[in-house]
Design a protein around this ligand. Sequence first.
Ligand SMILES: O=C(O)c1cc(C(=O)O)c2c(n1)C(=O)C(=O)c1cc(C(=O)O)[nH]c1-2
Length: 250
Amino acid sequence: MNKPLTAVLSPAELEDALRTIGHERYHNRHPFHHLLHGGKLNFGQVQAWALNRYCYQAAIPRKDAALISRIHDRELRREWVQRILDHDGYGDEEGGIERWLVLTDGLGLSRDYVISRQGALPATVFAVEAYVDFVARHPPVVAVASCLTELFAPAIHKERIVGLLENYDFIDDKVLAYFRRRLSQAPRDADFALDYVKRHATTLAEQQGVLDALTFKCNVLWAQLDALYAAYVAPGMIPPGAFDPSQPPC
Ligand SMILES: O=C(O)c1cc(C(=O)O)c2c(n1)C(=O)C(=O)c1cc(C(=O)O)[nH]c1-2
């Protein structure tokens, strides 16, 4: 975790400290992402990434619902509920989870198999459920801060769109709709959350809590990629029951 704070930070100093954590720990630095974006993975490895990442997508609206259940401020709930709608969809808006399934469809994975999470790595499930649990157990300002990894997401989404399109003949623009949509949603969400955290984390304990929340969240993302790397790159240790590209279930 982070070094203990010794004095209360100004809002600008708090933002700097948060950005430093992201700079040092965000998963854009992970070797698995370098392989993915650089075109160094094969079809089965990209399938494994999309299949496991579905678990993260599916957990996001659940963690946002958990957060909303802790919020007494009606204005904040009104703002936050948009995130659930963005992922689950509403009316004619299909939502982010559906757009993610368009990606896994394009990679030849059956929807039932993806949604069942049966082929997910154990560590993926542990990591994403730890995120839901973290948000359910911490005070709202700390829970809000855990989404601040999104400050750094637009850059990685842009890199991913370009990298996947350029490097893999099995990827086309249609299956990347998820990331294109996030290019406008993530900055809106991250700016709101950053402003909220800067205004509401005013004590030493609250500021320590939000810094630790961002570190925790970077670890949630990093651990998922460590697990993918160990199972599908090296040493290639696929856990029992997890998706095996050499024996596709569908
Ligand atoms: O592709 C990525 O690297 C990435 C990272 C993150 C993130 O930083 O947590 C999110 C997303 N994508 C994303 O698409 C998304 O909807 C999202 C929601 C959240 C959150 O914590 O509420 N993070 C992320």
